[in-house]
Ligand binder design. Structure first.
Ligand code: URA
Length: 241
């Protein structure tokens, strides 16, 4: 890690009066040069975000995976495919969703002699180092609902003591639920927060159908926050939980 151990010194100054879209473009471009922790050394590139700045739904994942690191786009690998299908089933329009990650570089290891890059969970220090980017994004976004996908996203958004299994799928007040709500703008109309598992946990589950149904149910709970006119028409009741 660098001496400062955070992305803070790599954050650009945003043009006063610039639009949120311009602000996000500026952040996206500057993030490519981030050396706030060591993860840039192994990864191909920063994977920043996808989606409109006025999206009603903001989804935060863990970090880009192997496919995302190669393509430079979030949630385009196997877990991303499952997420996008589950969103469609839950009636959450992908076009009205801003997708981002707690950590912007792919963290991985390779077994000796293997070319396969195997996911490593980011450490708390890496989550904290990358958090200035996440906060800078939230300063520009105006979500109705924030969805945390997995424990790393919960740790970055809310704090390390947050227990996702206790409140999974529940609507909580955003940003009040966070350890440091003052890090985020308070929104009018107010927003909600929903924590659920990471889609890769669904892919790994022994009972994948049940895990998938429970995941879709959490997304339906999140989607219920949106005004009816902003929802897709495909939401279905889950068959199992
Ligand atoms: N998993 C994530 O958390 N984010 C991605 O972008 C891809 C997989």
């Amino acid at each position: 890690m660098t001496k400062s151990g955070t992305a803070q010194s790599y954050l650009p100054t945003l043009r006063p009066g610039g639009s949120p879209a311009q602000g996000l473009d500026t952040l996206r471009e500057a993030a490519q040069r981030c050396r706030g922790c060591e993860l840039y050394q192994g990864a191909n590139q920063v994977v920043f975000s996808e989606g409109p700045p006025d999206a009603a739904v903001v989804m935060v994942g863990e970090q880009p995976g192997d496919v995302e690191d190669k393509k430079g786009e979030p949630f385009v690998g196997p877990a991303g495919r499952l997420l996008r299908e589950a969103m469609e089933e839950a009636g959450i329009p992908v076009g009205d969703t801003y997708l981002t990650n707690a950590v912007k570089h792919f963290k991985f290891h390779q077994d000796s002699g293997s070319k396969r890059r195997l996911h490593d969970t980011p450490k708390r220090t890496e989550i904290v180092a990358c958090r200035p980017w996440l906060l800078a994004e939230f300063a520009l976004l105006r979500p109705r609902v924030v969805v945390a996908l997995g424990a790393v996203a919960c740790s970055a958004l809310v704090g390390p003591a947050f227990r996702l299994t206790k409140v999974r799928g529940q609507l909580l007040d955003w940003p009040d639920v966070a350890d440091h709500p003052e890090d985020y703008p308070s929104l009018d109309p107010p927003a909600q927060f929903v924590a659920t598992v990471h889609p890769s946990a669904v892919l790994r589950a022994d009972d994948r159908d049940a895990a998938r149904a429970a995941f879709v149910a959490d997304l339906i709970a999140a989607g219920a926050v949106m005004a009816p006119d902003r929802r897709g028409s495909t939401a279905k009741r889950p068959s199992a939980r």
